[in-house]
Write a protein that binds this ligand. Structure first.
Ligand SMILES: C[S@@+](CC[C@H](N)C(=O)[O-])C[C@H]1O[C@@H](n2cnc3c(N)ncnc32)[C@H](O)[C@@H]1O
Length: 273
């Protein structure tokens, strides 16, 4: 699975924005003071949500490279960022790169990257790719800011009997190949923290959970449907409990009684010297 619809990205963008860890965002702003000009590489950029959140917080004189392998997402991103820039006085310069990060990561030929960032990407990647990623960031001597990586936690309120089994299925699916080899899923942030520390980075990991209430009924509904579908695909012959779970969860959602916590990590790393 590597297709992310522009509708899905639009639905999650405002929730991602309020879920980010403010302590780490503040640390990033403090780090930014060290650079006059800032060149930023955004991986799996989608329609540019990470830029729309971060660029206004990082001062003037920024250049962004946005990399994604999906031309549809890139096209929508270009249009959205033009609209967004038209409403603002000062904007970063930016360039898109259509590229597969697994196949072409080492071929991405960019000068003087100060900050490598990504949002909602890390759980897709494999251990082998993370090593390639960390090594390259170290060569650039770039800071690393990777946000909204799923941590394996899905907690519904009120709780239902099938919640635990569903979460286990989703977390098993998280470790299937998403285009980078077997994905690390929820283990990716801690793995990246270890790799970067071994390369001499100072690393901070902080939580950035989605806390969804009745006002996020659409996002909760999309998640409920997507996860039920995924769980059914993994074990179609034993799906009776899942039908009961999905029906009861829909009833709670329709009554405005459902709350959902989805855990994420944000990671910031930089070289001290
Ligand atoms: C969950 S979306 C996050 C998008 C965006 N960063 C955001 O926060 O809205 C993951 C993005 O990674 C991109 N992606 C997945 N696999 C990729 C690959 N192998 N190479 C480049 N981009 C990839 C997808 O096309 C998608 O836009």
């Amino acid at each position: 699975m590597s297709g992310f619809s522009v509708d899905w990205l639009a639905l999650r963008e405002p929730v991602d924005a309020v879920s980010r860890n403010l302590e780490l965002t503040g640390e990033l702003q403090a780090w930014r003071q060290l650079h006059d000009h800032l060149s930023v590489l955004d991986l799996g950029s989608g329609t540019g949500a990470n830029l729309r959140y971060l660029a206004p917080l990082l001062g003037d004189d920024q250049h962004w490279w946005l990399v994604d392998h999906d031309p549809a997402v890139l096209g929508r991103g270009d249009a959205l960022l033009r609209q967004w820039a038209a409403t603002r006085e000062s904007n970063p310069s930016l360039e898109w790169r259509l590229l597969d990060l697994n196949r072409d990561w080492e071929r991405l030929d960019l000068p003087d990257i100060h900050l490598v960032t990504a949002s909602a990407l890390l759980d897709l990647v494999s251990a082998a790719w993370l090593e390639r990623f960390a090594r390259r960031c170290r060569e650039w001597r770039a800071a690393v800011f990777v946000t909204l990586s799923y941590d394996g936690t899905i907690l519904w309120e009120p709780a239902l009997e099938g919640d635990k089994t569903l979460r286990e299925r989703i977390n098993r699916h998280q470790q299937t190949d998403k285009g980078f080899g077997s994905a690390l899923g929820p283990d990716a942030p801690a793995t990246l923290a270890i790799l970067l520390r071994q390369l001499g980075y100072w690393v901070m990991l902080r939580p950035s959970p989605w806390r969804l209430g009745p006002e996020h009924a659409t996002l909760q509904t999309v998640l409920r449907e997507g996860w039920a579908q995924t769980a059914r695909t993994l074990a179609p012959e034993r799906a009776g409990w899942l039908d009961d779970w999905a029906t009861e969860r829909r009833r709670l959602l329709e009554q405005g009684h459902s709350r959902l916590h989805v855990g994420h990590w944000d990671l910031l790393a930089w070289l001290k010297e």
